[in-house]
Design a protein around this ligand. Structure first.
Ligand code: PLP
Ligand code: ZN
Length: 450
């Protein structure tokens, strides 16, 4: 077993000119549950008509069928939550617990969040940018940003007395749910499209989940889970009945970016979209930092990416329309983003327009090229969603919407080991263990590299 400090994420603070000024790291995560903590969360309400909803696994407004969301007493949080208070807390998402929908931060000692914000000078110069950062969320415990959203949902599943943690997943959520359930001693049941990448299935299985393969694309999986949620007592389906809690976890990416930049917001944030939840919650996160005085201002432009072969939000953005046309049959290698009827599509298009950003549709070959570029320039190996994200940034630079001196944060949400099938990983014939054999091979290889 590695020591806790060996596996702790590093908190990197950056100065205004982009140099790294401090490296903080781990202390005991159990102290996250400081006795003085009092929540900022103030209940659930409908996002459409603002009617209050009772605290519990409620996700649809009983008055207008709108989505239910978490609310906070932000003026009260502003009085209590300061940069100094946050700085003293352990390096996990729970350092911002007043802005998360929990009564108290769980003290289970598990570290997620506070992933590295890496300067990316080599990639920046390839793109024609001068201030580029990579928020590397591919190194969370189950290797994607989904650990953040599941952490919040799982905390509530425990509060509400559920015995089973479940989800409809395009892959990464399955692993995150399986990992959280294993830690909490809950049962995990994950529903996935049957043709999902093997690595994602293997990870969820190894973590003890029952993996249910469902025929057809993700949207059918999601519909099934919606129907099952009504049928099954004691099941927390994290992205269905716990969705109001689950989605809030994504905001922690914005909180961390601001803190790691030395409490300022970047000019541009780049992220992938499936349902559009992460993308829109980044903006909610920066907005809450301003509302609580942790940032004096924040007006990033939000650049997003979807696969062209399943890009209902990118398509609506391109058409200049608010109408999201569902995609019935995704045709893309980017399985993690292949949602044909995105729940937050309309909100995402609004955000792209109102912030001065854009949402690009990315062809699969550009996605693969971007995976390689990120790996070769910065040593970060991402899955297909990260390839889409980088390709979207390249498109935004190309179109002039992101300029050379814009401070830009590229949010890399998943790990390349999960989508090896999209890369050409053919290995050459083995050589015999002799210097001559190697030199002969190296001559040929060197010619190829030049
Ligand atoms: C790696 C990765 N990035 C981004 C997303 C987008 O998530 P959202 O549904 O919040 O838009 C997903 C969704 O599964 C994902 O797996
Ligand atoms: Zn309502």
């Amino acid at each position: 077993m590695p020591a806790v400090d060996d596996i702790a994420p590093t908190l990197t603070l950056a100065s205004r000119d982009g140099t790294v000024v401090a490296d903080g790291s781990a202390e005991d995560p159990a102290s996250a549950a400081a006795p003085s903590f009092s929540p900022g969360f103030s209940g659930l309400r409908c996002r459409a008509c603002a009617a209050p909803a009772p605290l519990g696994p409620n996700f649809v407004c009983t008055r207008c069928f709108g989505p239910v969301e978490a609310t906070y007493d932000l003026p009260d949080v502003a009085r209590r939550l300061t940069r100094e208070v946050i700085a003293q807390r352990p390096p996990t998402i729970w350092r911002y617990a007043e802005l998360l929908p929990v009564e108290a931060p769980p003290a289970d000692g598990y570290r997620f969040g506070l992933t590295s914000l890496l300067p990316a000078p080599r990639l920046a110069s390839r793109l024609g940018l001068s201030r580029l950062w990579i928020k590397d969320d591919s190194r969370n415990p189950t290797l994607s940003f989904k650990d953040r959203v599941v952490a919040v949902a799982a905390a509530r599943a425990r509060d509400f007395g559920f015995h089973t943690l479940a989800c409809a997943s395009t892959g990464n959520l399955a692993g995150a749910v399986a990992g959280a359930a294993a830690r909490l001693g809950l049962r995990a049941v994950v529903f996935v499209p049957a043709d999902l990448e093997r690595a994602k299935i293997a990870q969820a299985q190894a973590l003890g989940a029952t993996v249910v393969p469902v025929e057809g694309p993700y949207d059918g999986v999601n519909r099934l889970c919606l129907e099952l949620t009504d049928e099954l007592e004691g099941w927390a389906v994290v992205n269905v009945n716990l969705r109001p809690f689950y989605v809030e976890g994504s905001k922690t990416l914005a909180f961390e970016i601001a803190e790691q930049l030395g409490w300022r917001a970047p000019d541009v944030v780049v992220a992938p979209l499936a349902s559009g939840s992460l993308y829109t919650k980044l903006a909610k996160g920066f907005g809450e930092l301003v509302a609580t005085g942790l940032l004096s201002s924040a007006a990033p432009r939000y650049v997003g990416g979807q696969a062209a072969g399943c890009g209902p939000i990118a398509d609506a953005y391109r058409r200049g329309s608010d109408l999201i046309r569902p995609v019935a049959e995704p045709r893309t290698i980017v399985r993690s983003l292949a949602i044909g009827t995105p729940a937050d599509g309309g909100y995402a298009v609004d955000l792209a327009r109102s912030s001065g950003g854009l949402i690009a549709g990315v062809e699969d070959d550009a996605t693969v090229a971007a995976i390689r570029l990120l790996a070769e320039t910065e040593g970060v190996f991402t899955e297909t969603a990260g390839g889409v994200t980088l390709a979207a940034l390249a498109a935004a630079v190309e179109s002039g919407q992101v300029r050379e001196d814009d401070e830009t944060v590229l949010v890399i949400t998943g790990n390349g080991l999960k989508t090896l099938d999209v890369l050409d990983t053919e290995l050459a014939e083995p050589i015999s263990p002799s210097i001559d054999a190697f030199l002969e091979r190296w001559d040929a290889e060197r010619a190829r590299l030049v």
